[in-house]
Design a protein around this ligand. Structure first.
Ligand code: ATP
Length: 372
């Protein structure tokens, strides 16, 4: 549906920076399958918006190719650049533009009324507008002047106006950023449901990893103008390819050590606090220094009551502090001066000062690359 190949976009650097240009997008490639929600996820300044604006036609890339279906929208080699208004894409950006002189209903109905290719009857338009307004929870405000809406309501109106066109490709740049936490969560589900029901293909830009995990079919994790990993939400969470990805998505612990022995499943690694059986996506060599990522919820924690000595056991430590997070509790456990975060259900919460043993299931101890 959408194919972006070797896309490069640079900007002149500001006077304070020495020489050269800012590589906002540094040769990225990805494909989006029809009907999928594809998310560009990464920290501020990593090039997500520039990528999306290039697809929209609002930025002129330096190099690469952008195709939607069989249509080439941009090609540096063939010197093609289709203007934004001829690309036929739906867009909702952080800075949404609504028509101030129209009411809510009219704002959404207007693009359908003026689109001669759709040839919809008055009742069909009404039906579609009402459906979309219900989804974004603006149905009760249909008669209100657009300028009398709150920021969050205006953002939902902008979303409704793009959705009502049922575009073949919808570009969304942080469309939920102005909503409060509760509404944001509801809208995630609604937006995902609508996108699936209407079979819309969407590219979604966010720096919010929870939003990306909840909504996407595929996530591309971006760092400094490049894509570090593309995968299903579960894969990027459970199989992060790099330290950056593991750190950016969710919470994790990094442990460093040396490969003692290579095994069929991965390796045995010696760390200053104890030995670990680890999994690795790539072959490891004996003696190699490795970084291991393990998520707090995957570590097993057992209180050692009665002061029973655990002869020769690794990973004996003490709970330094704990934080109640609702359903779960995070514990900071110190093992030989190394601090490790361990998450467990609130019902199993362990008070500070308690001696504990930690266990690290091999399948969750992943060797990650320091950089890609
Ligand atoms: P955010 O989440 O903060 O919007 P982003 O990941 O979308 O960040 P971009 O807006 O794509 O990042 O910016 C990528 C890089 O390009 C940044 O270093 C930014 O300062 C730079 N940049 C973007 N637009 C311009 C411009 N018009 N002129 C110069 N530099 C720019």
């Amino acid at each position: 549906m959408l194919a972006v190949t070797e896309l490069v976009k640079t900007f002149p650097s500001s006077r304070s920076e020495k020489g050269g240009r800012v590589h906002a997008v540094d040769g990225i490639s990805f494909q989006v399958e029809p009907g999928q929600m594809f998310t560009l996820l990464g920290p501020s300044g990593c090039g997500k918006t520039t990528t999306l604006r290039s697809v929209a036609g609002l930025e002129a890339p330096d190099a690469g190719e952008i195709k939607v279906g069989d249509r080439i929208l941009f090609s540096s080699e063939r010197k093609i650049r289709v203007p934004a208004n001829e690309r036929g894409l739906g867009m909702v950006f952080q800075s949404y533009a609504i028509w101030p002189h129209m009411n809510v209903f009219k704002n959404v109905a207007f693009p359908l009324e003026v689109d001669r290719t759709k040839k919809l009857s008055r009742s069909e338009i009404k039906e579609r507008v009402e459906r979309v307004l219900a989804v974004v929870q603006l149905d009760e405000l249909a008669g209100r002047q657009a300028t009398d809406l709150s920021g969050g309501q205006q953002q939902r109106l902008a979303l409704a106006r793009a959705l009502v066109m049922e575009p073949e490709l919808l570009l969304l740049d942080e469309p939920l950023s102005n909503l409060d936490a509760k509404l944001r969560e509801e809208m995630r589900f609604e937006l995902k449901r609508l996108q699936r029901e209407l079979g819309i293909t969407a590219v979604y830009v966010t720096h919010d990893q929870i939003e990306a995990l909840a909504m996407s079919n595929q996530i591309a994790v971006m760092n400094a103008g490049r894509i570090e990993q593309i995968g299903k939400p579960r894969d990027v969470y459970e199989r992060p390819a790099s330290r950056f990805v593991a750190n950016f998505i969710g919470t994790t612990n990094f442990l460093t050590g040396k490969v003692e022995e290579v095994t069929a499943e991965g390796a045995r690694v010696a760390t200053p606090s104890g030995g670990l059986e680890v999994s690795s996506p790539a072959p490891l060599a004996r003696g190699a220094e490795v970084t291991i990522s393990i998520r707090p919820e995957h570590i097993l924690i057992t209180p050692l009551t009665g002061g029973a000595p655990v002869e020769g056991a690794d990973w004996i430590g003490a709970v330094v502090t704990r934080a109640f997070l609702g359903e779960v509790v995070d514990h900071l456990v110190s093992v030989d001066g190394v601090e490790i975060r361990v998450r467990c259900p609130a019902t199993k919460s362990i008070p500070p000062g308690t001696r504990v043993q930690l266990e690290f299931p091999r399948q969750h101890c992943l060797v990650v690359r320091e950089d890609l």
